[in-house]
Design a protein around this ligand. Structure first.
Ligand SMILES: Cc1cc2nc3c(=O)[nH]c(=O)nc-3n(C[C@H](O)[C@H](O)[C@H](O)COP(=O)(O)O)c2cc1C
Length: 298
């Protein structure tokens, strides 16, 4: 995996804990240096950890006005944002759709954390934006597909009424407890407190990850001292959508986000390991649950 050119300025736990989705922004331009720093960071992320070719763009719309906002098509969910980061897959390469979405989730979340570290607000948008408008505005070529975007900017002092309603509706602050997410050996027994030892912080950081509609579809089975098997437990609400939009599987992106939080924390703790397809072949999986990838500590 390519090493980061720019490291975070704060511990990854601090950044993860300080991130939350912002939907209202001050109409204040970003400084030239900051814009260059962001563009530089975006330029050097060209691939996900599993090899998918990805591209990220900073879109500044200097003529943002009422008409332009409609053109951007964030359907009224985002207020005041003057900049967006646009993330796209290219059609090049042979990665499977699942790998593409995993890679995209991982890489885009790293960008979100980088932006959080620079004290800017962000909000993953996988659904509530108009792909065609964003493609046009970013000048994407025909072989690039937008997977997600985020507004970026200085956050407004107070969340907008609409933003608060959205957060209340999807219980944005809430996260599932450990015993619903993490298991020991198989899905029969939750992971007891203390069993994960030096990996406890990495699992906690995973638990705090954002996810589409805050569904938190990640499940992890710990086996032995340092093997972690990651499963995606799909929500029924997303089944139909995934069939329609196979290219952009938001719940597989959620999984990529979880891998990102887990790995960044593990690495910061100085623990070694790698991602590997090492399905333990558990005899019984909960409904709608599929194996994705394993972290093999070493
Ligand atoms: C893959 C993905 C897609 C998302 N799509 C949208 C979206 O289209 N519109 C929106 O308002 N929020 C979207 N969100 C933001 C989530 O609703 C938010 O992350 C979640 O409710 C948790 O809240 P938090 O980010 O403040 O911790 C998305 C998040 C993820 C990870």
């Amino acid at each position: 995996m390519p090493k980061d050119k720019i490291m975070f300025s704060a511990p990854v736990e601090t950044i993860i804990r300080s991130r939350s989705s912002w939907r209202s922004y001050l109409e204040k331009p970003l400084g030239k240096d900051l814009v260059e720093k962001i563009q530089d960071y975006l330029k050097h992320i060209k691939k996900g950890p599993f090899g998918t070719i990805l591209r990220f763009y900073l879109l500044k719309d200097p003529n943002i006005d009422r008409e332009q906002k409609i053109k951007l098509g964030t359907y009224g969910t985002i207020k005041g944002a003057q900049y967006f980061v646009i993330g796209a897959y290219t059609m090049a390469g042979t990665a499977e759709p699942d790998t593409k979405n995993l890679d995209f989730g991982y890489a885009f979340e790293k960008i979100i954390l980088f932006l959080t570290d620079t004290k800017l607000g962000t909000c993953w948008l996988g659904g509530t934006f108009n792909k065609r408008s964003f493609s046009q505005l970013a000048g994407l070529t025909g072989n690039q597909i937008i997977a997600a975007v985020t507004p970026i900017g200085y956050v407004a002092q107070k969340r907008s009424f609409k933003g608060r309603v959205i957060r209340w509706f999807i219980k944005a602050k809430h996260r599932k407890p450990w015993n619903e997410l993490f298991y020991l050996e198989d899905f029969a027994a939750p992971l007891p407190a203390g069993a994960s030892k030096k990996y406890a912080q990495a699992l906690e950081m995973l638990r705090l990850a954002p996810s589409a509609s805050n569904r938190q579809p990640w499940r992890v089975v710990m086996r032995g001292r340092n093997q972690f098997h990651f499963y995606l437990q799909r929500s029924r609400a997303y089944q139909a959508q995934n069939k329609l939009l196979k290219a952009c599987d938001l719940q597989m992106m959620d999984m990529g986000i979880a891998l990102c939080h887990f790995e960044l924390t593990v690495r910061e703790l100085g623990l070694n390991g790698r991602w590997k397809h090492a399905d333990p072949g558990l005899p019984e999986l909960p409904p709608y649950t599929e194996y994705c990838i394993s972290w093999l500590g070493g």
